[in-house]
Design a protein around this ligand. Structure first.
Ligand code: FPP
Length: 236
């Protein structure tokens, strides 16, 4: 049995190529991130228009803390300004924002902004926008295993009760369906510690386009490619 699905319910995107986009223009790397916000706006609009229900964006990986301080600082400032500038439009569009990842290393200001965008968009019904920030899939799985181990040690869970569903429920993405389509821009073809468990049966699409150049049409093209794929889930 195989299934052709015309529209992915959940699209996850690794927004790659901001630094190269800036370098090609003789600009600072962070200017690529600023330009990348335009692509975020376009893709959120396109996802809402096409009926995609969940859109996850990999905005800051745990590994990204290792970038030069100037770039990390610029990204933190950008996240805060995005909350201030974009929230009214997101509310109007019916977008509900959820943050996944570790929050403990962000400053109090960043955390307050992230809480604010989640609180103010909580009633959104059109699109679930999930922002992966200080996200590492291996850390997520490690924390889930630790949480389960604590319950077993306390005696509130038996080892034989550990199932795939139970593991799902202990991930940051509990309650969010697995991604059907994972897009990584800029021609790189790897997952880089993103949704390793959740993307087990996802389709992958790797356009050459650098993230700041990614248009609404590029997003629609990705949906077309997805619609032409034959998903088999290991069955003939
Ligand atoms: C990867 O490109 C991109 C990032 C690490 C940051 C992505 C962040 C944004 C687009 C900012 C806005 C996001 C939201 C959700 C408000 P890269 O710098 O690794 O590019 P390179 O591989 O060309 O160096």
């Amino acid at each position: 049995m195989s299934t052709k699905k015309s529209l992915p319910k959940h699209v996850a995107i690794i927004m790659d190529g901001n630094g190269r986009w800036a370098k090609l223009r003789g600009k600072k790397r962070y200017e690529g991130h600023i330009q990348g916000v335009e692509s975020v706006r376009r893709v959120v609009r396109a996802a809402a228009d096409t009926g995609v229900e969940y859109l996850t964006l990999y905005a800051f990986s745990t590994e990204n803390w290792g970038r030069p301080a100037e770039e990390v600082e610029a990204l933190m400032t950008l996240f805060c300004s995005c909350v201030i500038n974009e929230t009214p439009e997101l509310i109007e569009q019916g977008v509900k924002v959820t943050i996944i990842g570790r929050r403990s290393r962000f400053s109090q200001e960043v955390n307050e902004r992230l809480d604010e965008i989640e609180r103010r968009t909580a009633e959104g019904k059109v699109l679930n926008l999930i922002l992966a920030l200080d996200y590492s899939s291996r850390t997520e799985i490690t924390e889930a295993v630790r949480g389960i181990a604590v319950k077993v040690a306390e005696g509130s869970l038996l080892p034989e009760q550990i199932s795939e569903q139970l593991i799902d429920q202990h991930l940051y993405t509990a309650g969010i369906p697995d991604p059907d389509l994972v897009i990584r821009t800029s021609g790189e073809c790897r997952l880089s510690n993103f949704l390793l468990w959740q993307a087990s049966y996802a389709e992958f699409y790797f356009p050459q386009t650098l993230w700041p150049d990614f248009t609404e049409q590029d997003f629609r093209d990705a949906l077309e490619v997805y619609a032409s794929r034959d998903r088999r889930y290991g069955i003939v």
